[in-house]
Ligand binder design. Structure first.
Ligand SMILES: NC(=O)c1ccc[n+]([C@@H]2O[C@H](COP(=O)([O-])OP(=O)(O)OC[C@H]3O[C@@H](n4cnc5c(N)ncnc54)[C@H](O)[C@@H]3O)[C@@H](O)[C@H]2O)c1
Ligand SMILES: O=C(O)[C@H](O)COP(=O)(O)O
Length: 626
């Protein structure tokens, strides 16, 4: 059979994997340079969403203040309705007359909005990064493309982080409020003091009696340790600036490449080390299941007494009640917050009202420059999408013709889950840069389009560790932007090409694993899966063959093979009311090392996981969310 067609200028990587019994063929493609075919494919696909009548000028509703340059660009192409502060009902009424909608974080684009548009709304543009205010599932169901502007406000957010850091250290906000409050009170009293015939020097002392120079003595930044949690776009810009202030900067980001950190003189450390050694902590991770309330009672207790915290990421990464307690107890000396779990926070919020808290109303992206940049970025994306062009920052989109999608559906699910599993096996502190995907199939190369599968693997690899949404449209772009190189290899099987694929293998090179058994003989993290009866299964971890359906979540456990192990683990989970969906043991040889893969419907408690780890024959284990 012929090798797969390749539209890439990158060299195929040398085959290194061994899948026993399969004949290997050359690599099909690598990432990031397939611009022409990629663009053509998506232009066609996007046109399916954006079917504007050619003689009608589209209407774009701008529902929140957008920079002038962006509005100007929009007006060159469409009728633009700038209507701010719409109620949800007003938005639903207006939307049925609009082809595109542009918002920031203050407008909820709910399912009702898509339903009310009755199919006319083709594009939602989020003028910024976070799209938690847009119901993505509803957008996709309604065939509406969502695009965002992920890079134009990075520097603004970093500068705001630094502004909060320095203002907090020197009590700028509190001191300013005090001077103004005292001055205005004194000014009111000034006439009465004058008429009371007090001597002038007494009036003067009274006037400035709350000139609180000793109350607002601050702390210095130079020489202090700043821990940056989340070393992505904003985090690394904050780190760079803090170095310029003479701070010692460390960072925790399990997925950031160490060389990027080294290049700006930042040491990547574990989470515990970061929070325990920091004088200041600055948060820059996305809000995901694993970062939600990452600062909580337990983690505050591990911090240096008197630590100071800055948050310009998302309110939900801090347990706000725990922060109030930590502030009251003096564990946290001060906090400077731009973001809150609920925005705007309640007026009587203990956190906002706390005297040691500096609060700003989600201003991270709010500079003239960033807003102009964001406005242009989003206007270009929305106009391009309305014209049916590739949207590099698209965050959702149905991706392939319906019949291909139907056939590939279980493999799509398998691909994403293998990506998710593989990245969760990476040990903190080692960055993911090189991923190799192997597809084993009896199909001719032209008969198997792996772009959707590759996109889903990319989605699985990136989404658990970032706020980025990945799909076929933006997968290559996102991977390239993050310095992630994914190579693909096809292995051809003899036999019936009835099924599009036999198996998919994902390997991550040059990383350490938090589950050593996931490292294959050739040194990479390796996971392999197949589709059985339409259900994705994990069939290999490292050198161990297993067979577990990829539903719910997964516990991987390496043990000395001996009777009773399944029972022991099973009963610990049963006591915790955790339902086991699947269990399989792969072993090197009887009574030698074995890997047990256990599918669970519910998340086991920390205590249950601890008990599993304490079973004497268990050598290592890991809990993975699918
Ligand atoms: N306040 C604002 O106005 C404002 C403006 C821009 C961005 N933001 C927010 O700032 C955050 C960062 O944005 P970005 O553009 O830098 O995103 P990014 O995706 O470039 O960076 C996020 C980083 O967090 C890391 N990460 C993921 N899980 C982690 C974990 N458990 N521990 C430590 N690090 C982890 C990722 O590896 C990634 O490097 C996002 O939450 C974004 O919504 C806020
Ligand atoms: O997600 C973002 O881009 C920031 O949080 C900024 O949001 P904003 O556009 O509402 O200022």
């Amino acid at each position: 059979m012929a090798a797969s067609a390749s539209s890439t200028s990158l060299k195929p990587s040398t085959p290194s994997t061994t899948i026993s019994g399969l004949r290997r063929r050359p690599l099909s493609t690598t990432f990031g340079v397939t611009t022409l075919s990629f663009r053509r494919l998506h232009r066609d696909q996007l046109c399916r969403f954006v079917v504007l009548s050619m003689d009608a000028k589209p209407t774009i509703l701008v529902a929140e203040k957008l920079g002038e340059a962006g509005v100007k660009l929009l007006k060159e192409f469409a009728n633009v309705d700038c209507s701010y502060n719409l109620s949800p009902e007003e938005l639903c009424t207006k939307i049925s007359l609009c082809d595109a909608l542009i918002v920031r974080s203050g407008t909820k684009v709910s399912r009702e909005v898509f339903e009310s548009s009755a199919g006319r709304l083709k594009v939602v543009g989020r003028a910024g990064v976070g799209i938690d205010n847009v119901d993505l599932a509803a957008a996709t169901e309604h065939g509406c493309l969502v695009v965002n502007a992920p890079t134009a406000n990075t520097v603004a957010a970093a500068e705001h982080g630094i502004a909060l850091l320095t203002a907090m250290a020197r009590n700028i906000a509190q001191a300013d409020a005090s001077v103004k409050a005292d001055a205005s009170a004194s000014v009111k009293n000034f006439s009465s003091m004058k008429s009371s015939c007090l001597p002038l020097h007494e009036i003067f002392v009274n006037f400035y009696s709350k000139w609180l120079r000793s109350k607002y003595v601050g702390v210095s930044l130079v020489g202090k340790t700043l821990a940056v949690l989340g070393f992505g776009k904003v985090g690394s810009e904050v780190a760079r600036r803090a170095k310029g202030l003479g701070m010692h900067v460390i960072a925790h980001d399990p997925y950031a490449p160490a060389d990027r950190a080294r290049a700006i003189g930042v040491e990547l450390v574990s989470f515990d080390e970061a929070i325990a050694s920091a004088d200041f902590i600055s948060l820059h991770m996305p809000l995901t299941a694993s970062t939600s309330k990452v600062l909580n009672d337990e983690t505050f207790a591990k911090m240096k007494k008197g630590v100071r915290i800055v948050n310009v990421a998302r309110g939900g990464v801090i347990d706000e009640e725990a922060l109030v307690k930590a502030l009251d107890a003096g564990i946290v000396a001060q906090a400077a917050l731009d973001v809150f779990t609920v925005e705007p926070p309640a007026k009587d919020s203990k956190l906002v009202q706390h005297e040691n808290v500096t609060a700003t109303p989600h201003l991270g992206a709010s500079t003239m420059e960033a807003q102009e940049g964001v406005a242009i970025e989003i206007a270009e994306a929305v106009v391009g999408a309305l014209k049916g062009e590739l949207a590099a920052t698209a965050v959702n989109a149905p991706m392939v013709p319906a019949q291909v999608l139907t056939e590939l559906k279980p493999f799509v699910a398998l691909s994403e889950k293998l990506g998710r599993l593989a990245v969760q096996l990476v040990a903190g502190g080692t960055g993911v840069k090189t991923v190799k995907v192997t597809y084993a199939s009896a199909r001719a190369p032209d008969d198997l389009d792996t772009r959707l599968l590759r996109a889903m693997i990319t989605k699985g690899l990136i989404e658990p560790i970032s706020s980025v949404f990945v799909n076929l449209v933006n997968a290559d772009f996102t991977a390239k932007q993050r310095g992630l190189r994914i190579t693909e290899e096809r292995v051809f099987l003899d036999g019936s090409p009835e099924s599009p694929l036999e198996l998919i293998q994902v390997q991550i090179a040059n990383v350490e694993s938090k589950f050593a058994s996931a490292i294959s003989d050739s040194g990479e993290i390796k996971v392999e899966g197949r589709v059985k009866d339409g259900i994705p299964h994990l069939t290999r971890v490292g050198s161990f063959e297993v067979d577990v359906s990829l539903e719910g979540s997964l516990i991987l456990c390496r043990q000395v093979d001996q009777p009773g192990m399944i029972g022991k683990v099973g009963s610990i989970l049963a006591e915790d009311n955790v339902n086991v969906s699947f269990m399989s043991v792969g072993r090197i040889a009887p009574r030698k090392q074995a890997v047990m893969a256990i599918g669970v419907d519910e998340e086991p408690s920390k205590q249950s996981l601890k008990k599993i780890g304490e079973i004497p024959a268990v050598e290592e284990f890991v809990y993975l969310k699918l």
